[in-house]
Design a protein around this ligand. Sequence first.
Ligand code: ADP
Ligand code: MG
Length: 230
Amino acid sequence: MIEIRHLTKKYGDFKAVDDVELIAESGKITILLGPNGAGKSTTIKSIANLLKFEGSIDICGYDNASIEAKRCFGYVPETPVLYDLLTVEEHIDFIGHAYQIENYKQKAEKYLELFQLTEKRKKMAKELSKGMTQKLSMLLAFMIEPKALLVDEPMVGLDPASIEETLKLLRNIADNGCAVLISTHIIDIVSDIFDEAYIMKEGHIIKRIKKDELQEESLKDYFFELTEGE
Ligand code: ADP
Ligand code: MG
């Protein structure tokens, strides 16, 4: 699981994230929901230890700066970070070697199948569509069989069918015990699949809500009620 305590991140004098506390539990989908500029990506990048920050973040019980933590989480950035000239298979080799994953080729096969990339295995990243690069980026994160998965804005740039597929995959990986943390500004889509949501605005968590706590209303209704009149 992922545990954030008193996370503050400043860019110069500007506090993009202010004293955020968040827990993403194993086996659950936790949503970080908020408008553009709320501080979601900054939070996700802090968890992935790509930024210097104040506060503390544990992943699977280890400080996020440790090698143990690094080995147990996957990160899917908003814009896939791939090598234009490497093929799908070469990306798999790269991650397989970098993380010293046993039998990685064999493991990759099931994910290639899952992400419908089997036919594209000899294609270079630059030859793939936006949706396909997203899928490859997720495949590479799944390959390390993460206990925690950070996914920043997975719905951006995908068509409705791919969104549904992606969410199913994320549900599936959560059901297998992974702590899945998804950041998004699109409420409609996550309304059905979340277990717990943190609503973020201007660097603050303004509400934490578990699915069971919502009765008749949807997360969407709830979100609009909460921000109504502002
Ligand atoms: P979100 O992902 O919710 O859209 P971000 O975490 O990307 O929000 O950004 C939060 C705030 O921090 C925004 O006001 C943004 O302009 C600012 N910000 C993000 N990255 C930087 C940066 N590298 N330097 C300065 N300001 C930044
Ligand atoms: Mg963002």
